[in-house]
Design a binder for this molecule. Structure first.
Ligand SMILES: Cc1cc2nc3c(=O)[nH]c(=O)nc-3n(C[C@H](O)[C@H](O)[C@H](O)COP(=O)(O)OP(=O)(O)OC[C@H]3O[C@@H](n4cnc5c(N)ncnc54)[C@H](O)[C@@H]3O)c2cc1C
Length: 373
């Protein structure tokens, strides 16, 4: 594993930093729900530079660059706190590149590439989170269309998005992962109701009711009943950018600055704790680079990515909790950065797959425990 980036890649990192300097006040990583129109402008500006299609094939309007460029882009954006990576440009676009029809590519890829159109992921349901194959939302075929009925919950950003990337059951009720299909559904289509869900840090989280929503057959992506393999591929494509270590570097810098403001910078316990956290941030970065390295070599990065998710999320919780432990109530005053980090980090070990599920992936794949699934 080579930890160095090439001079061209380092040059790209500098270019990204210069670009982000103009967006320094945005803070959309934590507040996208309140600042969507500015985050949308940021994505449009990235789109004009080709940064939302860095690794897509050139034939489809991409820049055809290696995954390292995406890693560097979202690592810098995570450090600058500007935004989280848009799921449209990754999961949705790459699935359309591989499995979409020509008409679907022509219809959706240009808008995704330019940062104009955005998707929310409609996977989870009240009784199907970790066990996604248990989902019940039904897409019933009627001629050359489907009628969709069911409930989705915990859809990030759905209130500001244009489309739902919907996973629904087209097979028999007990068909599990073998009876699921993917659809693109307008979030303002008749029969779609989007409602906000409260969450500890005000992350924009929604539930979506689908009541007899008519979806034409040409909005089904990939084969009927064949979504599971497409979803695994798409998830794999995103693994190198999901948990940018830059976010952790910034968390620790901000907590250290707060501790200094409290006059604690000479306290031995504070210094020892911050040094320990600094090592953990470096460890998390090594895990992130291990994922990138596996992907660049074309290896299966699933267990490296699962380990990375656990290390990243428990480290971001440890940083926030250290501020509370070391400063007490001062770190929990609403509006301070440690207080926001503490609230926000609570859900990091749940969204995108819980720590228990991630540990099970590592146990099975790397330690040979638990047998095959
Ligand atoms: C902030 C946030 C954003 C999200 N965004 C989206 C989104 O955009 N789109 C979307 O579709 N979903 C989204 N989700 C949903 C997320 O994917 C699920 O919350 C997650 O997969 C866990 O599912 P669950 O909440 O149903 O918990 P459950 O699956 O009910 O799990 C409950 C507990 O049981 C444990 N558990 C469950 N099964 C096992 C097992 N086999 N072995 C050991 N322990 C187990 C879990 O680890 C957890 O501790 C989001 C969630 C959050 C918190």
């Amino acid at each position: 594993m080579n930890f160095r980036f090439s001079p061209e890649e380092e040059g790209f990192r500098r270019e990204v930093r210069t670009f982000l300097a103009d967006w320094a006040g945005l803070d959309g990583f934590f507040t996208q729900g309140h600042r969507w129109s500015e985050v949308h402008d940021l994505f449009r500006a990235m789109g004009t530079r080709g940064w939302l299609s860095l690794t897509w094939p050139e034939a489809l309007g991409g820049l055809g660059r290696p995954l390292t460029y995406e890693y560097l882009l979202w690592d810098e954006v995570g450090y600058a706190r500007t935004a989280r990576n848009p799921l449209s440009a990754g999961i949705v676009a790459r699935t359309l590149v591989r499995h979409g029809s020509d008409a679907q590519r022509e219809r959706f890829l240009p808008g995704i590439r330019s940062g104009e159109i955005h998707f929310s992921l409609g996977y989870s349901e009240p009784e199907a989170g970790s066990d996604l194959a248990a989902l019940r939302t039904r897409a019933e075929r009627r001629g050359d269309a489907y009628v969709v009925t069911g409930q989705k919950c915990w859809q990030s950003y759905a209130g500001d998005m244009d489309y739902l990337w919907l996973l629904a059951r087209t097979g028999a009720p007990d068909s599990r992962s073998a009876g699921l299909s993917l659809f693109i559904v307008e979030l303002d289509a008749p029969g779609v109701t989007v409602g906000r869900l409260p969450i500890v840090d005000d992350h924009p989280l929604y539930e979506i009711h689908l009541d007899g929503v008519v979806v034409s057959e040409d909005r089904r992506v990939g084969p009927e009943d064949g979504a599971w393999a497409l979803m695994s591929e798409a998830l794999a494509d995103e693994r190198h950018i999901q948990f940018p270590p830059g976010r952790l570097r910034r968390d620790l810098e901000e907590v250290w600055a707060f501790l200094c403001e409290q006059g604690l910078e000479r306290d031995a316990e504070v210094r020892s704790t911050v040094a320990d956290l600094g090592v953990r941030v470096l460890e998390a970065e090594m895990h992130a680079l291990r994922v990138l390295d596996a992907m660049l070599r074309g290896h299966d990065a699933a267990s490296a990515a699962a380990a990375n998710k656990v290390v990243f999320t428990v480290t971001c919780q440890a940083i926030a909790r250290a501020a509370v432990d070391l400063c007490g109530p001062e770190a929990l005053v609403q509006g301070t950065r440690p207080e926001l980090l503490w609230r926000q980090s609570l859900w990091e070990t749940i969204g995108g797959g819980t720590s228990e599920i991630m540990r099970s992936v590592v146990a099975r794949a790397d330690l040979g425990l638990g047998g095959q699934r």
